[in-house]
Design a protein around this ligand. Structure first.
Ligand code: PFF
Ligand code: NA
Length: 437
C-alpha cells in the first residue's frame, strides 16, 4: 500500500485548517445570526463559547487525528472500544450531508458574483431575484459547478491539491475582507451600525438565553469546522509533533477575527442603505446586502468582490469536508483518491439537488446536520477523550508542548464537565426547538 500523504509545511496545515474554518459560516451565517439574536448580546455569548468549548474541542480532534493517522471512522476504530468505535460515523455522515447543501449555497454566491459584474443587483426586486436564483435550474447548475471545483482540488491530494490551493485562497480572503471593512468604515451609516453591532443588551441575554445559547453554540461548532471530523482528518496528515494548542489558538483567533470583520462589512452597508439588519435570516447577505449594493456607487463591482470572497471562502471549506469522506474511502476501502472524489462529489451533488430545487430543504438539512449531528459528534468525542482515554490524550497533546502540566489538566477538566453540560443542553434545546420534544 502506498505511503499515507502528509502536509509539506507547517504553514500548509494551518492555512488548510483556517481555510476550512473560514467560510459561509463566517460571512453568511454569522451576520444573520447576530441580526436574528439581537446584535451584540449574541456576540458576547458566542465569544465565550469559542473560548470555553470551541478551543478545547479543536484540541480533541487534533489529538485523535495525529495519534491515529486515520480518517474519523478509522481513527475511532483504532482508539475506541465497544460503542466508541462507532462515533466516527457521526462525523462522516454529518460531513456528507453538510457538503451537499453547503455546495448549493456556495453556488448562489458564485451566481451573485456574475450578477454584480453584470450590474444586475436591484433594490426593489432583490427578493424575487433571490428566489429565482436560489431555487430551480439555475441553482442546480451552480451547485454542480461548485462541486466540480471541489472535486478538482481534492483529487490532486493533500500537498498538490489542498495545501497549494489554500496558500493562495486564505491570504486572498483576508486581504479582500480587510479592504472591504475599510470601505464600509467610510460609509455614512457606519456609526449607527457599529453601535448596534457592538453594544450588548445584557437584559436580552438574560431573557432569551434558551434560544441564544444553543444558536451560539451551534454557530461556534459550525464556524470552527468541528463535529464532522475535519480537524481529525487534517491532523492525521501531520508528520511531526508540534504544539497543537498553539495551532488551535491561531485557527480560533483568525476564524473569529474574520467573522467579526464580516459583521463590520455587512452592518454599515445595510444601515447606510436603510435596510433593517434583524430578521432577514439566511437571506441576509443575498437579499438585504445585494439590495444595499444596488444603492451604493460602484455597488456592482464592490458586490462582485464581496461575493467572490464568499465563494473562495466556501471553496476552501468545502474541500475540507470532501477530504474527510475521501480519506475514509481511501483508508478504509482502499479506493483511489481520484475515483473516490468523483464518486463522492456525484453522490453529494445528487443529495443536494432537492435543496437546490426548494430552499426549505436547506433548513431541514441544516437543522439536522448542523444543529444536532455536529454537536452530538463533538459531545460523544469529548466524553470519550475526557472520561475514557484522558491519559492517552494528554500524552499525545504533550508531544509538542514542552510544559503541558496545568494546561493539560485544565483541558481535561473543561472537557469532563463544562463542555459536556453545555453540549447536552444544546442538543436538548435544539431538539426541543426543531422537533418539539
Ligand atoms: N467552518 C465552515 C464555515 O464557517 O463556513 C463550515 C464548515 C466547513 C463546517 C467544514 C464544517 C466543515 F467540515
Ligand atoms: Na467559520
Amino acid at each position: 500500500m502506498a505511503q499515507r500523504e502528509s502536509w509539506a509545511t507547517r504553514a500548509g496545515f494551518i492555512l488548510a485548517a483556517v481555510g476550512s474554518a473560514v467560510g459561509l459560516g463566517n460571512i453568511w451565517r454569522f451576520p444573520y445570526q447576530v441580526g436574528e439574536y439581537g446584535g451584540a448580546a449574541f456576540l458576547v455569548v458566542y465569544l465565550l463559547l469559542i473560548l470555553g468549548i470551541g478551543f478545547p474541542v479543536i484540541l480533541v480532534e487534533f489529538v485523535v487525528g495525529r495519534h491515529t493517522e486515520r480518517n474519523p471512522v478509522g481513527a475511532l476504530k483504532r482508539i475506541g472500544t465497544g460503542v466508541w468505535t462507532k462515533i466516527g460515523w457521526v462525523f462522516v455522515t454529518a460531513g456528507f450531508i453538510i457538503l451537499s447543501y453547503y455546495s448549493v449555497v456556495a453556488g448562489w454566491t458564485v451566481r451573485y458574483v456574475l450578477l454584480g459584474l453584470q450590474g444586475q443587483y436591484t433594490a426593489d426586486g432583490a427578493a424575487e431575484q433571490f428566489v429565482g436564483i436560489a431555487s430551480g435550474l439555475d441553482a442546480v447548475v451552480f451547485h454542480a459547478i461548485f462541486m466540480v471545483a471541489v472535486i478538482a482540488i481534492v483529487a490532486f491530494g493533500i500537498e498538490r491539491g489542498i495545501e497549494l490551493s489554500v496558500k493562495v485562497m486564505v491570504p486572498a480572503i483576508i486581504a479582500l475582507l480587510v479592504g472591504l471593512a475599510i470601505y464600509a468604515f467610510t460609509l455614512e451609516g457606519a456609526g449607527e451600525a457599529y453601535a448596534y453591532y457592538l453594544s450588548p443588551d445584557f437584559g436580552a441575554i438574560a431573557s432569551n438565553w434558551t434560544s441564544i445559547l444553543p444558536a451560539a453554540a451551534a454557530q461556534a461548532f459550525f464556524t470552527l469546522s468541528l463535529g464532522m471530523g475535519v480537524m481529525i482528518t487534517y491532523a492525521s496528515y501531520l508528520g511531526e509533533d508540534r504544539n497543537l494548542a498553539e495551532d488551535a489558538g491561531i485557527i480560533a483567533f483568525l476564524d473569529t477575527g474574520i467573522a467579526f470583520t464580516a459583521g463590520l462589512i455587512a452592518f454599515p452597508i445595510l444601515f447606510t442603505a436603510g435596510i433593517p439588519a434583524g430578521e432577514s435570516g439566511p437571506a441576509l447577505i443575498f437579499i438585504s446586502l445585494a439590495a444595499a449594493f444596488a444603492e451604493l456607487p460602484f455597488g456592482g463591482v464592490l458586490g462582485a468582490i464581496f461575493f467572490a470572497v464568499v465563494s473562495i471562502a466556501a471553496l476552501s471549506s468545502a474541500i475540507s469536508i470532501m477530504e474527510v469522506v475521501t480519506s475514509y474511502l481511501i483508508d478504509e476501502h482502499g479506493i483511489g483518491r481520484v475515483p473516490a472524489t468523483a464518486m463522492l462529489g456525484t453522490a453529494m451533488f445528487v443529495v443536494g439537488v432537492p435543496a437546490a430545487l426548494d430552499i426549505i430543504f436547506i433548513d431541514v438539512y441544516d437543522l439536522f446536520a448542523n444543529g444536532v449531528l455536529l454537536v452530538l459528534g463533538g459531545l460523544l468525542l469529548s466524553i470519550f477523550i475526557g472520561w475514557v482515554i484522558p491519559d492517552l490524550a494528554l500524552d499525545e497533546l504533550g508531544k509538542g508542548i514542552s510544559n503541558i502540566g496545568s494546561l493539560g489538566v485544565a483541558w481535561i477538566w473543561l472537557l469532563r464537565i463544562p463542555v459536556i453540560i453545555a453540549l447536552v443542553a444544546v442538543v436538548a434545546l435544539n431538539a426541543w426547538d426543531y422537533y418539539g420534544f
